[in-house]
Design a protein around this ligand. Structure first.
Ligand code: GSH
Length: 343
């Protein structure tokens, strides 16, 4: 074989490798997780209301509850989860390499993540948008007044990209202060090294309420500069596991629509509503289709609650964040939460 041929093959191989996402174990995750009896869930390193360990290392939050719901549906036990805290920059490699089975980590669903990064997204669990937080003493009422500001931002995020787009579009300048570790970035902001902090507005609320020396000294500006549909991600090609995660989330939303809660789910087993009977496994079939026990949805609702319960206790009125349901309300109440039919 000539040198030219060899070079050609090398180039072709290089292209194939470059075009192929770095995906380990694609397609085998459902079996792997079942065999392990444990779900490995990639979460953030600490965003109040979404994923935060307490001082005993027990994780709580909306993202954490998604992991728990999947574990409850798969094993009848919401505690069968190993949490792996990941920075924004670490998260995709951790999923691609097989270090985690699922990412439940305020991750925005974008075209490039869905394609180039070799991921697949489950239904959105929180519709968000990017905003800015500033100290009240800065005296700014709008993001458009941030000309020349130093802005604290985490790398490897949509945040970083939207920030540049927004300032360019508005023909104003800024200086980014980019730090990977959230704790360090937050410390930089509260010590006055940045004029503004930018991330998803839910993240801003979490940081203001849980980390500001005095939350009342800070405000979130009114502009919402992007769409941040936050959704769990799995590896592309992992269709069976992807199906499980999709329907676990739809069941949380459908349970809220049907008024099924962690408190009343046992009574609901006596319901005459065919939708409820199918979902709770009183009429069998749905579990079999997913490769799970017929009690999959019963277990997740019993152990974790419906979507409304999850929202309220972690980020809504029952939490320090007190975020409005807004777009995260059910479609029947003017929001975007809409479950596909469980049948
Ligand atoms: N939704 C955006 C931003 C997500 C993000 O990573 N936000 C930061 C700021 S709240 C975060 O969660 N950091 C937590 C961490 O690094 O552990 C994305 O997907 O790129």
């Amino acid at each position: 074989m000539s040198v030219k041929w060899l070079a050609g093959i090398a180039v072709a191989l290089g292209l194939v490798l470059a075009g192929t996402p770095l995906v380990a174990n694609a397609g085998q995750t459902l079996d792997k997780v079942k065999q392990a009896g444990m779900l490995v869930c990639g979460v953030s390193t600490g965003v109040a209301g979404f994923s935060q360990p307490d001082n005993q290392g027990n994780y709580a939050g909306l993202d954490v509850d998604i992991c728990k719901a999947v574990a409850a549906a798969m094993f009848g036990d919401a505690t069968k989860v190993k949490y792996v805290p990941l920075t924004a920059q670490q998260r995709f490699t951790a999923l691609q390499s097989g270090e985690v089975d699922i990412l439940a980590r305020n991750t925005t669903w974008t075209l490039q993540r869905d394609t180039d990064l070799g991921l697949d997204f489950a239904p959105v669990v929180y519709y968000d948008g990017q905003g800015f937080m500033v100290g009240k003493k800065l005296g700014v009422k709008s993001a458009k007044e941030l000309n020349g500001a130093t802005v604290c931002v985490q790398p490897g995020t949509t945040t970083e990209l939207n920030l540049a787009d927004y300032f360019r579009a508005n023909q104003i300048s800024f200086k980014p202060l980019v730090i990977e570790k959230l704790d360090e970035l937050v410390a930089a902001f509260f010590s006055g090294r940045c004029d503004a902090f930018t991330t998803d507005r839910s993240g801003l609320a979490a940081i203001r309420v849980s980390r500001a020396p005095n939350p009342d000294d800070y405000m979130i500006l009114p502009e919402i500069i992007s769409k941040e549909p936050l959704a769990p991600a799995v590896r592309q090609g992992d269709d069976q596991f992807h199906d499980v995660v999709d329907w676990v989330i739809y069941a949380l939303i459908q349970a809220e629509e049907k008024g099924i809660t962690s408190k009343n789910v046992d009574d609901q087993l006596k319901s005459e509503d065919p939708d409820v009977k199918r979902m709770l496994g009183v009429t069998p079939g749905m579990g079999k289709s997913l490769g799970l026990d017929e009690k999959w949805a019963y277990n997740e609702i019993k152990m974790v609650g419906n979507y409304g319960e999850i929202f309220d206790r972690n980020v809504g009125q029952g939490s320090p964040l007190k975020l409005d349901r807004g777009k995260n309300d059910l479609w029947t109440k003017g929001g975007l939460m809409y479950a596909m039919p469980i049948r």
